[in-house]
Design a binder for this molecule. Structure first.
Ligand code: ADP
Length: 188
């Protein structure tokens, strides 16, 4: 099974993906986490990406597709994965379809976590204190929210046309969202 968790910054994708990883044995693939790992290791790619990420803009398709490819082409293709923060462009979505098709797989569900901006701002402020992410500033959040709206308007129709897009209320507690997610995944 391959699932995409889609939603704005701080919608809870990472939290829910980790729960799904444990409960369904799926590999959690987060391009944001992969990029932050590169930054922590001070690689050339990490240095390039950090400058872009700190503004809230998107890193190039080439970089993120390359990172995802190395995972999908290994064991994740067999086990299935939860994609978190990827794809963010139609080019990324198409590249992912091709990667999965090479091992006879496809995306089963795209689950969009919906949440109001007010709540997102509160969550980002809390996360900034807890994790100290350098892109969790109000300025970068505005850019990330704008970026989200424009890439969602591009990527979601791609999946709606395939009839695999579903919406989930992301404003409830972690436990309730997780239960709702299970119900959605286990249905049909
Ligand atoms: P959030 O969803 O909370 O904003 P992420 O951890 O998913 O955070 O991403 C942080 C940043 O990493 C993004 O603002 C962007 O710069 C970069 N990034 C992550 N995934 C992608 C992607 N698929 N395409 C382009 N840029 C990405």
């Amino acid at each position: 099974m391959n699932i995409i968790l889609f939603g704005p910054p701080a919608a809870g994708k990472g939290t829910q993906a980790k729960i799904l990883e444990k409960e369904y044995g799926l590999k959690h693939l987060s391009t944001g986490d992969m990029l932050r790992a590169q930054i922590a290791e001070k690689t050339e790619l990490g240095l390039q990406a950090k400058a872009v990420m700190d503004t809230g803009a998107l890193v190039s398709d080439e970089i993120v597709i390359g990172m995802i490819r190395s995972y999908v082409e290994s064991s994740s293709c067999v086990k299935g994965a939860v994609f978190d923060g990827f794809p963010r462009t139609v080019a990324q979505a198409k590249a992912l379809d091709i990667m999965l098709s090479k091992c006879g797989k496809s995306i089963d569900k795209v689950i969009e976590l919906q949440i109001e901006d007010d709540q997102l701002i509160g969550r980002i402020q809390k996360r900034a204190l807890e994790e100290g992410r350098s892109d969790d500033t109000i300025e970068a959040l505005k850019v990330r929210l704008d970026a989200y709206r424009s890439y969602a308007a591009e990527v979601l129709p791609y999946y709606k046309a395939k009839h695999i897009h579903q919406i989930l209320d992301g404003m409830k507690s972690v436990e309730i969202v997780s239960q709702d997610l299970h119900t959605l995944i286990d249905s049909n």
